[in-house]
Design a binder for this molecule. Structure first.
Ligand code: C2E
Ligand code: CA
Ligand code: CA
Ligand code: CA
Length: 278
């Protein structure tokens, strides 16, 4: 038994080593991904439940690698964060989102907002605010149609700095959402001090929404808190009509998920929006 245990340990270490080598290789390829134009930004529509109108979209990064095929952002964003590549990648996404907003505007969709995910390292960079200002200026995007999504942990890493940066964004007119809301372990008390405008209810609660379920109680209380603080709510991961109807009943303002549409490239979004209106 002892020997078997020992072999297992060796096997485990080899697997770990393989994983490390694999991650290292992937990081090296990711380094070249921007220049090789393997990164693209997809957009997922965001739907206003009461008016049944599309009001905006979330920018979601995609990596179509010549080596690995399509890699999930859940895999490569952490690698980008570990290597610091997220700074360049994040800048690319901000620019693409603004450039693509311009394309939407040119064909008449000048009321839609675009919402961009921001990593902690990006948000904490001393040049972040100046970058945002410069990009909005370059593409003449109205700040109120440009939203940012940050997680609770990003804001809580340095709450005083975060409040300061969020204050500057608010002054610019840029709206900020807390992403994956409800998955953190922090208390609600910090919320009242944060100059934010939106809570995005995490999809883990939305996906199992059913009448009488615990998740319904959780989503309901998040919406109640949001209303009390004058914040908008977006439910993410809405996959069924039943979920959408429950959210409507709970007075959730916005919904996003496969039930309305999956994330898609800009061209497809333009086609989809055209068909949606008919
Ligand atoms: P997220 O910000 O929570 O984005 C929502 C995720 O849910 C997206 O996954 C989206 O495709 C997926 N989704 C949307 N509707 C549904 C649905 O109805 N059902 C299910 N099961 N999933 C749905 P995606 O695109 O794979 O992105 C994963 C995560 O990667 C994002 O989670 C975000 O944290 C991160 N990410 C993506 N793009 C960027 C980026 O440009 N910058 C940064 N920093 N992170 C990004
Ligand atoms: Ca998000
Ligand atoms: Ca989310
Ligand atoms: Ca997330």
């Amino acid at each position: 038994a002892k020997k078997l245990g020992g072999d297992r340990a060796v096997l485990f270490n080899l697997e770990m080593n393989d994983r490390l080598v694999h991650r290292l290789e992937m990081k090296n390829h990711l380094r070249k991904a921007i220049d090789q134009e393997e990164l693209t930004v997809f957009y997922q529509p965001i739907y206003h439940l009461e008016s049944q109108q599309i009001v905006g979209c979330e920018a979601l990064l995609r990596w179509d690698s010549s080596i690995y095929g399509s890699v999930s952002p859940a895999t490569f964003i952490p690698l980008a964060e570990e290597t610091g590549l997220i700074v360049a990648i994040g800048k690319y996404v901000l620019k693409e989102a603004c450039r693509n907003w311009k394309s939407l505007q040119k064909v008449g969709y000048d009321h839609l907002f675009v919402s961009v995910n921001v990593s902690a390292i990006q948000f904490q960079s001393v040049t972040f605010i100046d970058e945002i200002k410069a990009i909005l200026h370059e593409y003449a995007v109205p700040p109120n149609l440009f939203h940012l999504e940050l997680t609770e942990s990003t804001m809580l890493q340095n709450i005083d700095r975060a409040i300061e940066t969020l204050g500057k964004l608010k002054q610019l007119g840029v709206k900020v959402a807390i992403d994956d809301f409800g998955t953190g372990y922090s208390s609600l008390s910090y919320l009242k001090n944060l100059p934010i405008s939106t809570l995005k209810v995490d999809k883990s609660f939305v996906q199992s929404l059913e009448s009488g379920s615990a998740d319904l109680a959780i989503v309901q209380s998040v919406i109640t808190v949001a209303q009390g603080l004058n914040l908008e709510t977006v439910a993410e991961g809405v996959e069924t009509l039943e979920q959408q109807l429950l959210l409507e009943e709970l007075n959730c303002s916005l919904a996003q998920g496969y039930y309305v549409a999956k994330p898609m490239p800009l061209d497809a979004l333009l086609e989809w929006l055209k068909a949606y209106e008919i």
